[in-house]
Design a protein around this ligand. Structure first.
Ligand code: HEM
Length: 494
């Protein structure tokens, strides 16, 4: 008899919890921005293509620029137009400054970096990382001269192919990686390690694309034999973190007060300052957070610039008139006797506009990095509950025909006014917007300006005979790459 009562009680309890859950879901669904229904457990996933950012554009046609959609069992909100991005990431910066929690990032870098941390720790670490980055521009060799070395190296590689086809895929990555290494550590990195490192970073970016089922159904990591790529992610991140930890340890072992030469030294100096003043070394003033910040520079900071360069030379090759006009501007402003530098950019509006158009057309990080609401948010009369994942659809905004004239065309002139001055519209957002916007934006722009201007100054880029009408296939990863391609390269006559 007593056992019967216990069972009745358990049933009643489970039913009550279930009903409460359903009521809560219905209330949330009624208050959330509208969206398609989908199916239990998988949500709307069966209708979402590999290019999720394109599927979201189709959903927006029916449900508007701000909509909710179930990805698996999670309800996420898509900010599919500029109005929605502005009303959230810009107008309510603190509320939308959270990050989606992923077991995957917890397992790789323990969310000790800038990109995946949240709240107070994130805010302080972001400021500290930016401060260290700014300071290293002032000590050791300046950032610009490191980038000039990078250009020199790429130029040598390209020159070997003069009047031949060059596989562009392998031209930039290792040189950019080495340049970022020089900012981070003055200790040289051995070539074998560099190659191992390059493979590991590429692996991480390939696996971290938003359509990877592992990012939606995180329990897949337990499925044999390799947890849907989970083991490969762990292995690759270990390769990166092991080398970084060794380098940080050698900086710690050789630490001398006042002898600050690179990013790692700067961060350690900040940690030591707190020790001297008797403060506890709480996050982010720890070696693990230093490791996290440096990890971001080699993951977020290398693949992005590599891909942007690949897109730039592809677009310029298939738009020869634009390439020629850019070279004419360079010849008039810089001349043929020296290479372009950052100071020239006050007089290189067309080249600057080309880089902006590359950012727009490539929309490298189409869904940015997923945000999370830190508290309940009101947007256009809807309620987005605390803890909701939100994706800004940068690709949709960059291809919105209500914002851009013929968005499908590659046309740098759209960024020049009647006085030939560059105008950056607020809705050109390759680095996203708000307090979470890309931390490396200035470094990225500096690298891209020098690389693109210098190589255009030095070479002609032509499409190989017979491939004039090729389409630009995209490879999905955390960022969008063009599929490997070759170009015909020619040294320009001086
Ligand atoms: C063309 C180059 C680049 C593009 C297009 C780009 C784009 C982006 C985007 C869209 C985000 C997500 C912002 C958001 O959550 O709303 C981001 C975040 C981030 N980027 Fe970049 N990025 C580039 C280069 C770099 C470089 C060179 C570095 C490092 C030196 C870097 C470091 C970061 C970091 C640390 C974050 C996370 C910021 C945070 O969560 O507070 N990025 N980037």
């Amino acid at each position: 008899m007593e056992v019967g009562y216990v069972w009745s009680f358990i049933y009643a309890l489970i039913t009550a919890i279930f009903i409460r859950w359903i009521i809560k879901r219905v209330i949330i669904l009624v208050k959330l921005p509208p969206g398609p229904w989908g199916l239990p457990l998988v949500g709307y996933l069966p209708w979402i293509t590999k290019d999720a950012y394109k599927s979201f554009i189709d959903i927006a046609k029916l449900h508007g620029g701000l909509f909710s959609v179930n990805l698996g069992s999670e309800t996420v909100v898509i900010l599919n137009d500029w109005k929605s991005v502005k009303a959230t990431l810009i107008d309510q910066p603190k509320v939308f400054s959270g990050r989606k929690y992923l077991k995957l990032t917890e397992a790789t870098i323990q969310n000790n970096d800038v990109a995946w941390s949240e709240g107070n720790v994130w805010q302080i670490q972001r400021k500290l990382t930016l401060k260290c980055l700014t300071n290293i521009g002032l000590v050791n060799k300046s950032m610009e001269s490191h980038i000039v070395d990078l250009v020199q190296e790429v130029t040598e590689k390209l020159t070997r192919y003069n009047n031949k086809e060059v596989p562009m895929e392998s031209m930039f990555f290792s040189s950019i990686l080495q340049t970022n290494w020089k900012f981070v550590s003055v200790d040289p990195i051995d070539n074998n390690k560099l190659r191992e490192y390059e493979d590991a970073i590429k692996e991480l970016f390939k696996r971290f694309h938003p359509d990877n089922p592992l990012l939606i159904f995180e329990w897949l990591r337990f499925i044999p034999p390799n947890g849907f790529g989970y083991k490969a992610i762990l292995k690759a991140s270990q390769v990166v973190t092991n080398t970084l930890r060794e380098t940080i340890n050698s900086h710690l072992n050789e630490w001398k007060d006042g002898d600050v030469n690179d990013f790692i030294d700067y961060y350690i100096a900040e940690i030591k300052k707190r020790q001297v003043s008797g403060q506890k070394n709480e996050k982010p003033f720890t070696i693990d957070n230093l490791l996290g910040s440096v990890f971001d520079m080699f993951t977020a900071g290398v693949d992005t610039i590599n891909s942007t360069c690949l897109w730039a030379f592809l677009f310029l090759t298939y738009n020869p008139d634009i390439q020629r006009k850019a070279q004419q501007e360079l010849d008039a402003v810089v001349g043929r006797l020296r290479m372009p530098n950052l100071y020239d950019f006050t007089n290189l509006p067309y080249i600057e506009a080309i880089i902006m158009e590359v950012h727009r057309k490539a929309s490298l990080a189409p869904l940015a990095v997923p945000h999370r609401t830190m508290e309940d948010a009101k947007v256009f009369g809807y309620t987005i509950p605390k803890g909701t994942t939100c994706y800004p659809n940068i690709y949709a905004i960059h291809n919105d025909s209500t914002l851009w004239d013929k968005p499908e065309e590659f046309n740098p002139a759209r960024f020049l006014d009647n006085n030939n001055k560059v105008v950056w519209p607020s809705y050109l957002i390759p680095f996203s917007v708000g307090p979470r916007a890309c931390l490396g934006k200035h470094l990225a722009q500096m690298e891209l300006k020098i690389i693109i201007a210098s190589l255009l100054h030095k070479f002609n880029f032509k499409c190989p005979i017979g491939s004039e009408n090729s389409s630009f296939a995209i490879e999905n990863g955390l960022t969008l790459h063009p599929q490997p391609y070759s170009l015909l390269i020619q040294l320009r006559n001086d």
